[in-house]
Structures are given as structure tokens and as C-alpha cells.
Design a protein around this ligand. Structure first.
Ligand SMILES: Nc1ncnc2c1ncn2[C@@H]1O[C@H](COP(=O)(O)OP(=O)(O)OP(=O)(O)O)[C@@H](O)[C@H]1O
Ligand SMILES: [Mg+2]
Length: 357
């Protein structure tokens, strides 16, 4: 499909561009050529977005996951949108504070998400308006808000606008209604969520959150990396039901071939695997959907075979989670860490635990 649609379109674009360069064309012919070019570019965009959505739906799309400095991708995207905003004297104010945050995702796709949201924030804004970007950390995620001072969206349209080809009735500016549906699908694929809050006549606030990690402020990551790679072979079990967080952990431990990381997607699976083998360390998330991380912990504390295995528990940083953690800490010598994970601190704990006799 992709080939069949793109090849003729690229042909049209290519020949129209050749015509555009022909100086013998009169002004009316030039105008027609511009119309062909605009139409073809618009169609190519649409085709690309439709193909992307089709690929996500059939599970064909492959994301190139990597640890990415979220702040840099936001800066780049803002720069790309600024000329468009400038035309209508719309100010883009970037108040995000993301120096130490990394997300584990595909940078090209992340840029696509940001560009779509920023494009909307400008397109549906008023002249001389503003677009404000802010960030906040929330559990294991980092949440980005893109707030405009535009026309607003009625509450009963909050869900509809994420459907393919849907445009709010009476929307005057050009568009195909594909942007937000692609954005939503991509974010879900990345293990994140997206939403909107809006006030008619005042503006809209689109936000999305993605799993994140935090850099150690001491800047001593390299030191830990060296020391960790010198610890002998260790077997680590990670019980976690978020695929993206699992991938993230794999990425974090990638520099250490001496660590064998095995994962379990459910608490129950985790419990089965634990009793099958000897482990040097167990990592467990408190937010498991089947039996819950705390239950897993309780089982392990109560069983003589597993009581001694070191464990790091990850929690989402809520108050109730903190209370639970204190209870657990009293029971045994288990460690716990809040998400977003501070990688440097995590390495330090790994070193402490794995070098204990
Ligand atoms: N920031 C916003 N403020 C007000 N309305 C918005 C905003 N963003 C989106 N909308 C509404 O939601 C609809 C869908 O947005 P979406 O980005 O999917 O498509 P589009 O902007 O119309 O076209 P394109 O595919 O070029 O992005 C828009 O047509 C518009 O009615
Ligand atoms: Mg759009």
C-alpha cells in the first residue's frame, strides 16, 4: 500500500517542482503549479499519517527505543514551530525544567508528537496569543503540558478529537483531523497517556506523560558503571507489568553483561520463577495489576527460602505508597526507590547490595 500511494505522489511532486523552476511559465501557470504542489504535499502528509496509524494498528510499527533527553527534543520542536507562531505574533514560552530527565522512547516519534501538539496550539490560537509549555514529575512518569490561549474545546468533544479524521464542526483553519489520533496512538504505544482540559474562549491544555528516569545529580554515573561491571555474574529478577519500564531497565543494565536480567510480567509469574532458581537480587514494582507488589513482598518475607534475597521495591511516589513502604522497611532490610528512577542512586544501591556477602 505504502509504495502504491507514495510513488505516484512523489512523481507528481517531483515534476511539479521541475515545472516550478521553469522561467518561461507565465504568472497564471505559476499559480497552477503552486496549487499542484500544495495539494500534493498535503496528500503526501495525509498518506504518511494514515500509513503510520495503519502500522500501529497492525502492530507493524517498530519504535527505535533509546534513552532520550526530553528537554532537547522539546527545544528542537519549539524552534521548528516558532516561525509559524511568529507569523501571527504568538509567543511560545517554554517553562519546562527537564535538565535531569530522560525518557525511554523513539526520538523521531516523540518529535512528531510534540510538533503535532504545538502545531495545534498555534493553529487554534488567537493572534498575539501564547503557548506555554510546562513539565512535572508524577510517579514514574514525566508529564508535559502544552497550554494555548486559543478558542477552546467543548467538554463533549474531549474524546472525539482523538478519533481519525474528526474535526470539531465549524473549525475554520485547514487540517485533516489526523494529527491527534496519530499522537494518541503513538503515546499509548510508548506506554504513556494523553489528555486535555479546556475552557471555551480561554484556551486548551493538552498534556501527555511518559515513563522517565532521572540522572544522578552527583555526576558520578561513570564511576558506578566501572565498578558495577567488575562485580561478578549476578542474576536479577524484575517483576514489572509495564513493558516500557521493563525495556527501560534492560537499557539501564545494558552496559553490564555480567548482570543477567530476567523479567516477569505478573506478580504470580514472578512468585513462580523466584522459587525455581537462585537470585542475587529481586526488583519489584508496587503497582502490579494482578496481586500487587506489596503482596509479592509479603510472600517473600514470610518464606524462609526467599527471606534473605535482597530486594529493591519501586513505588510511584504517592503518600499511601510511602506508608506501605515504611511498614515493609520495618519488617526486613528491603530497599525502596521512588520512580522516576534516579539512575545514579540505583547504581549505588546495586553496588551496595551485590557486593554484600
Ligand atoms: N489546541 C486546540 N484548540 C482548539 N481546538 C483544537 C486544538 N487541537 C485540536 N483541536 C480540535 O481538534 C480537531 C482535531 O485535531 P487534529 O490535530 O487531530 O486535526 P487537525 O488539526 O484538524 O488536522 P491535522 O491532521 O493537520 O493535525 C481539530 O480539527 C480542532 O477542531
Ligand atoms: Mg492538528
Amino acid at each position: 500500500m505504502s509504495h502504491e500511494l507514495r510513488t505516484p505522489l512523489n512523481g507528481i511532486l517531483g515534476f511539479a517542482q521541475l515545472l516550478e523552476m521553469d522561467e518561461s511559465l507565465n504568472s497564471q501557470q505559476q499559480e497552477f503549479v503552486q496549487a499542484i504542489l500544495n495539494g500534493a504535499r498535503h496528500l503526501l502528509n495525509l498518506v504518511n499519517e494514515m500509513l503510520d496509524i495503519a502500522r500501529i494498528e497492525t502492530g507493524e510499527i517498530q519504535l527505535a527505543y533509546d534513552l532520550i533527553k526530553l528537554g532537547s527534543v522539546i527545544d528542537e520542536s519549539v524552534k521548528l514551530i516558532e516561525p509559524l507562531a511568529g507569523k501571527r505574533n504568538i509567543k511560545i514560552v517554554n517553562q519546562t525544567q527537564l535538565d535531569k530527565y530522560y525518557v525511554y522512547t523513539d526520538s523521531t516519534r516523540l518529535r512528531q508528537i510534540l510538533l503535532n501538539l504545538l502545531d495545534n496550539a498555534v493553529k487554534y490560537n488567537r493572534d498575539n496569543g501564547t503557548v506555554t509549555l510546562t513539565s512535572r514529575s508524577e510517579g514514574g512518569n514525566i508529564c508535559i503540558h502544552i497550554k494555548d490561549s486559543g478558542i477552546g474545546i467543548p467538554k463533549n468533544e474531549y474524546e472525539n478529537i482523538f478519533a481519525p479524521f474528526y474535526r470539531i464542526k465549524g473549525t475554520k483553519v485547514d487540517g485533516t483531523g489526523m494529527g491527534l489520533s496519530l499522537v494518541k496512538q503513538l503515546i499509548q504505544l510508548m506506554g504513556g497517556t494523553i489528555g486535555v482540559e479546556s475552557e471555551m474562549g480561554e484556551g486548551s491544555d493538552f498534556w501527555f506523560s511518559l515513563p522517565a528516569v532521572k540522572e544522578d545529580c552527583s555526576g558520578r554515573m561513570n564511576l558506578y558503571q566501572e565498578r558495577l561491571s567488575q562485580i561478578g555474574e549476578k542474576k536479577i529478577l524484575y517483576i514489572e507489568d509495564s513493558v516500557v519500564h521493563l525495556k527501560l531497565m534492560k537499557k539501564i543494565l545494558e552496559p553490564f553483561p555480567n548482570f543477567l536480567l530476567i523479567s516477569a510480567n505478573f506478580g504470580k509469574d514472578g512468585l513462580k520463577i523466584i522459587f525455581r532458581e537462585q537470585w542475587d537480587l529481586i526488583l519489584v514494582d508496587t503497582n502490579l495489576h494482578d496481586i500487587g507488589g506489596y503482596k509479592v513482598l509479603e510472600y517473600l518475607q514470610e518464606d524462609g527460602r526467599t527471606k534473605q534475597i535482597p530486594m529493591i521495591v519501586f513505588n510511584a511516589g504517592t503518600v499511601s505508597a510511602e506508608m506501605e513502604m515504611l511498614k515493609i522497611a520495618k519488617k526486613g532490610s528491603k530497599e525502596y526507590m521512588a520512580k522516576p528512577l534516579e539512575v545514579g542512586l540505583f547504581f549505588r544501591k546495586l553496588e551496595q547490595i551485590l557486593t554484600q556477602k
